[in-house]
Ligand binder design. Structure first.
Ligand code: SAH
Length: 344
């Protein structure tokens, strides 16, 4: 939604101040899909806005629903022809999370992730990021889907902290009461570990959840699978987390994908437990174990029994840990499977 343009049209048209909030309520709270549907404004204004403005900054290219219907992925075509994906998933009945992309492609090139394979194209604008949430809001309404969006997670394509300027504005839109009005605590941003970004989040949005894609706790291994670790290694990451804890005493989620025979042995769990124990606020760290999703290549997900052993070990060591339920694997809508291609 082009909010600035909307304000401009209303001002040029001599509309009273409250008109903007009327329209924003219809769009952001009620989830209308077109200006023509806004019954609280005059027919003339509806038609004018319909003619002058674009409702969303992309067109839907493809929609994919998972077999059990708890995950829906769309491929969106941006106005310059680039494509991105966003996912609507329901980890709990009648509760929906929107997973948004922050960039077209990704520059980080993590070995296990599908997004990096096509390289980096460009940053998304604030509007393109926020519109993904707006799109799902309208989709839920149009398709009479039960429940509503309770969470937004920046875990789609791209590294949010390498597009901080636009990501920051999109977070403001999500939180602003006149717009989406989400509680900051129901939003999460995930990073591969960009220290500056972690500090920016702490400073600007101390209530927004932070998730770190940790995956490896040895620098040699992490650098092999996540090249960004050669620039920001585990020591720098730990230092920025200590800073984060000083600024906002909040729980941080460490994501750990389990890859068969790579990082899923009990000796790896031991190293992970020591990594957690090295923090001054270790009780604020929570490990999310994730079974890797691999569509091609040599990497294999850890067997379920191994994941359970790994989890139990951490638990015995007093580490707060859960195994994250993966949803949407059959539509390549799970973590790390968003490639922005029509590969289905
Ligand atoms: N660049 C940010 C945001 C992307 S979030 C980040 O790295 O955090 C996408 C999440 O999916 C990340 O935690 C990423 O590490 C994870 N992921 C990538 N490939 C995966 C795979 N094959 N299986 C499971 N999770 C994967």
């Amino acid at each position: 939604m082009q909010i600035e343009k909307l304000k401009e049209i209303l001002a040029n048209n001599g509309e009273p101040k409250f008109r903007l909030s009327q329209i924003q309520k219809a769009i952001y709270q009620d989830g209308v899909s077109a200006f023509l549907e806004i019954s609280t404004i005059s027919k003339y204004l509806r038609k004018l806005l319909e003619k002058e403005m674009k409702f969303l900054s992309f067109k839907v290219e493809k929609i994919l629903v998972s077999k059990n219907q708890n995950s829906i992925k769309v491929l969106l075509k941006l106005s310059d022809g680039n494509k991105i994906e966003t996912v609507l998933l329901s980890p709990m009945k009648n509760k929906w999370s929107v997973c948004v992309s922050s960039q077209v492609g990704c520059a980080l090139n993590c070995v296990f992730c599908a997004t990096g394979k096509g390289g980096f194209q460009r940053n998304l604008t604030t509007e393109e990021i926020a519109d993904q949430v707006l799109f799902w809001k309208q989709f839920i309404k149009k398709n009479k889907i039960k429940g509503k969006i309770s969470n937004v997670v920046y875990m789609g394509m791209g590294e949010p902290f390498l597009n901080w300027k636009e990501v920051k504005k999109s977070l403001q839109n999500l939180i602003e009461l006149n717009l989406f009005g989400f509680g900051a605590r129901s939003i999460s941003v995930s990073t591969a570990g960009i220290p500056e970004g972690i500090l920016n989040l702490a400073k600007n949005f101390p209530q927004v959840n932070l998730a770190i894609s940790l995956h490896f706790v040895r620098n040699d291994l992490r650098s092999r699978f996540m090249p960004i670790n050669k620039i920001y290694d585990l020591q720098l990451l730990s230092k920025s987390l200590e800073e984060y804890f000083k600024k906002c005493n909040r729980k941080v989620f460490l994501e750990y994908i389990l890859i068969k025979n790579i990082n899923d042995k009990i000796s790896d769990a031991e190293e992970l437990a020591s990594f957690v124990a090295s923090f001054s606020k270790k009780n604020l760290l929570h490990i999310n174990l994730i079974r890797g999703n691999f569509t091609e290549g040599k990497l294999k997900p850890s067997p379920f029994f191994q994941i359970e052993e790994f989890r139990k070990y951490l638990e015995r060591k007093g580490v707060s840990v859960t195994v994250r339920k993966s949803v949407g694997e059959d539509i390549q809508g799970a973590c790390g499977q968003l490639a922005g291609k029509v590969s289905f």
